[in-house]
Design a protein around this ligand. Structure first.
Ligand SMILES: Nc1ncnc2c1ncn2[C@@H]1O[C@H](COP(=O)(O)OP(=O)(O)OP(=O)(O)O)[C@@H](O)[C@H]1O
Length: 662
């Protein structure tokens, strides 16, 4: 375990029935004085944060006031009515737990603060993960050493120590030395051919992609290709595409691949799960191979030909793994860097050679600032989830990146932007980073929701959400399900609740340490924990096999966010289901755009929702114009207007301030 800062340890737990291990969540300890509680069957630890309740860091490492337990609020959530309820469902949830379990006590002041809470089952098999470098901290009944029950095999190497919450978004703060040193080194991904090319099957509706409307706007677009052969790819690339199981192009690939091969800048908007990643990776690699890219040598400063930026660590890692597939057997070396990982490890990875750099924005700026990455050879710049990359959250970082010393001008690089959603105002901002003759490809219907996802909207009041969630999960059984909530604390709360209900659950959110996030995803991907409770940090891009359900316990504040969340299921022609709890008190602003998304995806629109929509303003729209396509080229909408954007960043699509990504 080396220097790893273990803040939790694992205990095997005994199930109620004695036959099945009961998943138990225990929030990580942050500060001495935590209370350890034990039930007959379960352990739960509650703690106060090292910080004052209600204070948290923003992306710049500054502290700011939020709702918190100490302030008499419950979750500091905005707009969904969860906060300011003295007798919240949260508190009542624990009261109920107390009722059920005689020994369990209600936590003291500031009680549930599971800032880096961990969930999920843990078995001794997981020693493998530890051996290969993963540091286990989520698990079945884990706790800190020195509190509560002695652990079994895995014990914390350290006694409890107070330390600041590491906010992974604060790369900038890290640079300024305000965060504790990050020591996590992720285990290297398996590098045998089978693992590299592991993929899941396309679904029964894959062929229906052919019927989706596609519109290309801009001057002189090259014709679409109908199959991989027409792309004129090199043999190695063709072999790799074959190994990855792609036999047919998806619409976004048919149109984007020739555009990128023709050297044009591109903004592409296509529905979730429809193969956008390959739509940029394949032609970029084809170009690189055609240009005879040479293997990069060991050097202190590397000069990659391609940089791909995405908003979350898990997503950029996924893109890296995809680029590893397509570049297999070539001299192109992809590297991934992101926050929450030891900097020396990042630097070591880069030094060994880097042709394609996959990065989150914070870590990328950091590494450029340290002169480990030079930009003089950069030919391809890709922004995945481009609307997210250009909103108020990441926009300033992207602007910094574009104006970094050595960054080729837009005329001397090829810039590609992809997303399932593209609000007009973000398109206008994006235009600044693209050549004026860029092409805009739109695949799909209004709002971009994938019609392979069966959407159900249930009217559920805030206080009834937990019962309803448990009821649904018990009903649908052991199928892989992502549960979205609005805040990190709620993610902790619901994961705890589900564990208490005997449902194997893990969680991912921005307050969890990187190793915890990766473990959570690993447990979810492998089916060890079939339920993943997540904040918006997991809403975009994640491509996890066999996610059959998405449940929005809280609806997001924008319709685009909704589209991305439900897009975690129903991918690549597979079918999926999305259930969303609509609390009229909190969610009426999203009623109108929600109805539009439902209707366009040929889903049933509840009469009660239409009634609510009639009386609401519909401020949750980010694409309110009723267009046939998921988005339209903003150059059309605004071409006759004197409409110059301010150079500021659009706020329409930003996350709630509670969550932070990079
Ligand atoms: N042509 C293809 N044939 C078969 N499978 C494909 C093809 N293209 C992509 N896929 C698979 O489809 C899945 C979804 O692809 P990808 O993650 O690129 O979607 P996306 O459009 O980027 O989704 P999101 O908007 O959620 O980010 C992946 O598992 C990918 O390997």
């Amino acid at each position: 375990m080396g220097d790893e800062n273990w803040d939790t340890e694992f205990t095997e737990d005994v199930s109620r029935e004695g036959s099945r291990a009961l998943p138990v969540f225990q929030p990580s300890f942050q500060k001495p004085g935590s209370i350890s509680m034990r039930t007959n069957e379960t352990f739960c630890n509650f703690t106060q944060s090292i910080k004052q309740p209600g204070i948290r860091e923003n992306r710049n490492g500054e502290e700011k006031q939020t709702g918190g337990f100490g302030s008499g609020r419950i979750f500091g959530n905005r707009g969904n009515g969860f906060e300011e309820r003295k007798s919240s469902s949260f508190v009542r949830g624990f009261q109920r737990m107390n009722d059920d379990n005689s020994v369990l006590r209600r936590p003291g002041r500031g009680s549930f603060r599971g800032d880096r809470g961990g969930f999920g089952r843990f078995t001794t098999d997981d020693a493998n993960m530890k051996q290969d470098g993963r540091q286990n901290s989520v698990g079945l009944g884990f706790k800190r050493r020195g509190f509560g029950i002695p652990s079994g095999e895995f014990e914390s190497r350290r006694e409890f120590e107070a330390r600041g919450d590491y906010k992974e978004s604060s790369e900038e703060a890290n640079i300024m030395g305000r965060n504790p040193k990050v020591t996590y080194v992720p285990p290297p991904p398996p590098d045998d051919e089978n693992s590299i090319f592991a993929h899941y099957q396309t679904g029964i509706n894959f062929d229906k992609y052919d019927n989706i409307l596609v519109e290309v706007s801009g001057l002189d677009p090259p014709p679409a290709i109908m199959n991989f052969e027409e792309a004129g790819l090199c043999e190695t690339l063709i072999k790799n595409i074959d190994k990855v199981g792609y036999f047919k192009l998806t619409p976004v690939q048919k149109y984007s691949i020739p555009i990128v091969l023709a050297g044009r800048d591109l903004m592409a908007c296509a529905q979730t799960g429809s193969g956008k990643t390959a739509a940029f990776l394949i032609p970029i690699l084809a170009h690189m191979m055609r240009d005879g890219v040479t293997a990069s040598q060991f050097k202190v400063e590397q000069e990659p030909e391609c940089i791909i930026v995405a908003p979350t660590r898990e997503l950029i890692n996924q893109i890296f793994l995809e680029s590893r597939k397509f570049s297999y057997g070539t001299c192109v070396r992809p590297v991934v860097i992101y926050g929450g990982i030891q900097m020396s490890h990042t630097i070591h990875q880069i030094k060994q050679g880097c042709n394609i750099l996959c990065a989150t924005p914070g870590r990328l700026l950091d590494i450029i600032g340290r002169q480990k990455i030079g930009l003089s050879k950069l030919k391809y710049l890709v922004l995945d989830e481009a609307d997210r990359m250009l909103d108020m959250g990441f926009g300033p970082d992207i602007k910094k990146l574009i104006s970094s010393p050595g960054m080729p001008s837009k005329d001397n690089r090829q810039t590609l932007m992809f997303s399932a959603t593209f609000p007009d105002e973000i398109q206008r901002l994006a235009g600044e980073f693209l050549k004026t003759d860029y092409l805009f490809v739109v695949v799909g219907q209004v709002g971009g929701a994938c019609s392979d996802v069966q959407q159900t909207i249930l009217q559920v009041k805030q206080y009834d959400k937990k019962e309803k969630l448990v009821e649904i999960l018990n009903e649908i059984g052991n199928v892989r399900t992502m549960v979205f909530v609005e805040t990190k604390k709620k993610a902790d709360f619901f994961a705890t609740l589900l564990c208490q209900e005997n449902i194997s659950t893990t969680s991912i959110h921005g307050d969890r340490e990187q190793r915890e996030r990766e473990e959570a995803l690993h447990y979810f991907r492998t089916g060890r924990c079939p339920v993943l409770v997540a904040t918006s940090v997991a809403a975009r891009g994640l491509d996890i096999e066999n996610v059959q359900h998405v449940i929005n316990v809280d609806l997001p504040s924008t319709i685009d966010e909704y589209v991305h969340r439900i897009g975690r299921t129903g991918r690549c022609g597979n079918l999926g289901k999305a259930i969303s709890f609509f609390d009229p008190q909190a969610d009426s602003p999203i009623a109108q755009p929600l109805i539009k998304v439902l209707a366009d995806a040929q889903q049933e629109v509840p009469a009660w929702l239409e009634e609510i929509a009639c009386g609401s303003g519909g401020i949750g729209f980010s694409n309110p114009k009723g267009n046939v396509f998921a988005a339209v080229d903003s150059r059309k909408v605004f071409c006759n207007k004197d409409n110059h954007h301010s150079g500021g960043f659009a706020a329409s699509n930003i996350l709630v301030a509670d969550e932070s990504w990079d």
